[in-house]
Design a protein around this ligand. Structure first.
Ligand code: PRP
Length: 218
């Protein structure tokens, strides 16, 4: 039996592109994209086993070694700061972390700014860097509603096409961080499966425009 590398893939909108890039890199696994409920797939020929997990759980699986590697958005990595290696910028799932609000928003600096977000750490760090007091409102989705209903002044959220903002009469007020998906690995796995993970990393890096294959956090 050859070596098998466990790879956590993000379910949902990034999932298909994430698997697509793995397949192009030579790690095909039949059935992964089949519309079924099965969550793990193995290809001994390719030397991989894939798991579909909730995007924000990818770093949890990888950090704890349940997966040797995975694909996660930079938003999730900056928010949760897992102890993993960020090996390749895959250039997929591109979007921007932004502050957004009503177009006529004017900041009243005499009181804390009410910020609704799914990304409390990113929001806190951003405003701490600007010495702006905030009151954070942690939500789990449909963040754009918060300023419309007076729950918050602004939101910190991902903007991809900008359509959600437009359709809810909001606009980007400030850009915080450009986001894309990263290939990450467990630190111990990277040593233990060095050859296999190095090969995977090199193939993925070669595929990615601009060859963003530099290793970070190492
Ligand atoms: C994300 C994000 C925005 C939207 C941005 O939400 O939180 O709401 O996508 O995309 P757009 O700029 O292309 O409109 P998601 O679809 O993940 O759902 P959520 O409301 O559950 O966060």
């Amino acid at each position: 039996m050859g070596e098998i590398i466990n790879v956590a893939l993000p379910k949902g909108r990034l999932g298909e592109a994430a698997y697509g890039i793995m397949e192009k890199a030579g790690y095909r696994c039949p059935g992964v994209l089949a519309p079924a409920r099965k969550l793990f797939f193995e290809s001994p020929e390719s030397g991989v086993r894939y798991f579909w997990v909730k995007p924000s759980d990818v770093p949890v699986y990888v950090e704890r070694g349940a997966a040797d590697a995975g694909i996660a958005g930079l938003d999730i990595l900056r928010e949760h700061q897992p102890e993993v290696y960020e090996l390749v910028d895959l250039g997929i799932g591109r979007c921007r972390m932004c502050v957004a609000g009503p177009s006529d928003f004017a900041d009243d600096e005499s009181r804390p700014l009410k910020v609704a977000t799914k990304f409390p750490r990113i929001a806190r760090e951003y405003y701490a860097g600007r010495s702006r007091d905030i009151r954070l409102i942690k939500l789990n989705g449909s963040i754009e509603l918060a300023p419309l209903l007076g729950l918050s002044d602004v939101i910190v959220d991902l903007v991809e096409t900008g359509r959600t903002l437009r359709e809810n009469n909001l606009e980007v007020l400030e850009e915080i961080l450009p986001i894309s998906a990263r290939f990450i690995s467990n630190k111990a796995s990277y040593k233990f499966h060095y050859e296999a993970l190095r090969r995977m990393t090199d193939r993925l890096a070669r595929l990615c425009a601009g060859g963003n294959g530099e290793e970070q956090d190492r």
